[in-house]
Design a protein around this ligand. Structure first.
Ligand code: PLP
Length: 441
């Protein structure tokens, strides 16, 4: 397969046919924006361990793992068995279930700041309900979030400064409730809290950003904790992605105790899930025994399939396994850095925190904050297509993560494939340098 877009159909005919079929009933053939990339995404038919196969039978090492959710890879027999057992008993009832206690106790047992927890069906809903809870508890409306930080699709969190498409879809009154600060910038957070702190219900921050994989500094989170306390606001850690980095999430590693934590991805064992939890007195606003409680419903909240899969997943995600996948992430990041250093022609930076990493091409310098990222550049897009052709699957924007289904050999195989992909990008740039650079750089 050539890595130009025109050549991308050669071994992916069946994917293209299925995408064309999807396009007839779904706009752009796409029901998950992040899963799209031009000219058309591959249709993945099945996964087993750390590998996935597309509709044409091409096989890939999966370095995306459904954006970190499939922390044990795919189709793990123990998780399948738990789901099979539960499916035979019924999937969900409009009633409490004992398995909800099982998963809740595991989460409360792992994350020190989480005294009480509630389940949702996605991280988006978890963030929405955590913020709503914070507003109810504090009696305030404003929230502070990090510029470029991703906290799900709820209209009050996916906004950035400047003109992006989200802004047009968002009422002015909603925008005024959200203030953005640069991630890891203590001064900006201090200034924001100085100006508006007494109206702020919550500061919500990812301990490590999913976009760009910037790790929060302990000083930044300590400042966020102090400022929230000084102004009577709550601190929310969005650990939807980062819970996989340590038994107690990345908050434990950083030594910060948030008031609320939002979770998702790994706690559902591959099924739809979200959860939010934290201080018992804050979570009390949701206690239905109180006449003034905050309503939080969802037809599939705490469904037993997710609870069953989640329990097995957390049981298997031991401290040892977390350390192992974090080391595999470091090995992958180091290897990619070495490949980039050896290459004269490709300029890329690899950010990494344990099992999470992000490869960013084309900015030329350090990548320390969101505005340093070059997320939609031509070189990254070509590397992505070339890597697919060499049998490695990761996010079009360069995000990758490791799973417990991998070992060192998997990482070395992925690195060899990435090395070949880089050579192809370089030779492609050599032949099209003038047009690529004149159009994009
Ligand atoms: C930090 C963070 N918060 C919230 C979400 C939203 O989770 P979901 O996609 O389950 O709605 C995500 C999703 O990637 C995330 O990374």
């Amino acid at each position: 397969m050539d890595i130009t877009e025109a050549g991308y159909g050669i071994r992916t005919e069946r994917s293209r046919e299925i995408v064309e079929r999807l396009e007839r009933s779904i706009p752009g053939g796409n029901t998950r924006s992040l899963a799209f990339f031009p000219p058309y995404p591959l249709v993945i038919s099945y996964g087993f361990g750390c590998r996935i196969r597309d509709a044409d039978g091409n096989e890939f090492i999966d370095l995306l793992n459904n954006y970190t959710a499939s922390v044990h890879g795919h189709a793990l027999p123990a998780i399948n068995e738990a789901m099979r057992e539960q499916a035979a008993l019924g999937t969900v009832f409009a009633a409490p279930g004992e398995l909800q206690a099982e998963l809740a106790e595991r989460i409360v047992g792992r994350v020190a700041s989480v005294e009480k927890v509630r389940f949702t069906n996605s991280g988006t809903e978890a963030v929405m309900m955590a913020l709503r809870g914070a507003r109810a508890f504090t009696g305030r409306e404003k929230i502070i979030k990090a510029e470029g930080g991703y906290n799900g699709m709820w209209e009050q969190v996916p906004i950035s400064r400047g003109q992006d498409p989200y802004r047009a879809a968002m009422p002015e009154g909603v925008r005024e409730l959200v203030r953005m600060v640069d991630y890891n910038d203590v001064g900006q957070l201090e200034a924001a809290m100085e100006e508006e702190g007494d109206e702020v219900a919550a500061i919500i921050l990812e301990p490590v950003t999913g976009t760009g994989v910037f790790a929060g500094t302990p000083e930044y989170f300590a400042a966020a904790r102090r400022l929230a306390d000084e102004h009577g606001a709550l601190l929310i850690c969005d650990e939807v992605i980062t819970l996989r980095l340590g038994i107690g999430g990345f908050q434990e590693i950083m030594g910060v105790r948030p008031d609320l934590t939002t979770m998702g991805k790994i706690i559902g064992g591959g099924l739809p899930v979200g959860a939010f939890g934290g201080r018992a007195d804050v979570m009390e606003v949701f206690d239905p025994r109180s006449p003034r409680h905050l309503h939080h419903s969802g037809t599939f909240n705490g469904n037993l399939m997710t609870m069953a899969a989640g329990c097995v997943t957390l049981d298997l995600l031991t401290q040892r396994e977390i350390e192992r996948i974090n080391a595999l992430g470091e090995r992958l990041a180091d290897g990619l850095r070495r490949l980039l250093a050896e290459s004269q022609d490709l300029h890329g930076v690899v950010n990494n925190c344990g099992s999470l990493l992000h490869v960013n091409f084309g900015t030329g310098g350090e990548v320390r904050k969101y505005s340093d990222l070059n997320l939609d550049g031509p070189v990254g897009a070509r590397f992505h297509l070339a890597a697919l052709d060499e049998g490695v699957y990761f996010a079009p924007r360069g995000f990758m993560n490791t799973s417990t289904a991998m070992d060192e050999q998997t990482i070395d195989d992925a690195l060899e494939a990435c090395s070949r992909a880089m050579e192809r990008v370089i030779s492609h740039l050599g032949t099209t340098r003038s047009s690529v650079y004149s159009r994009h750089e």
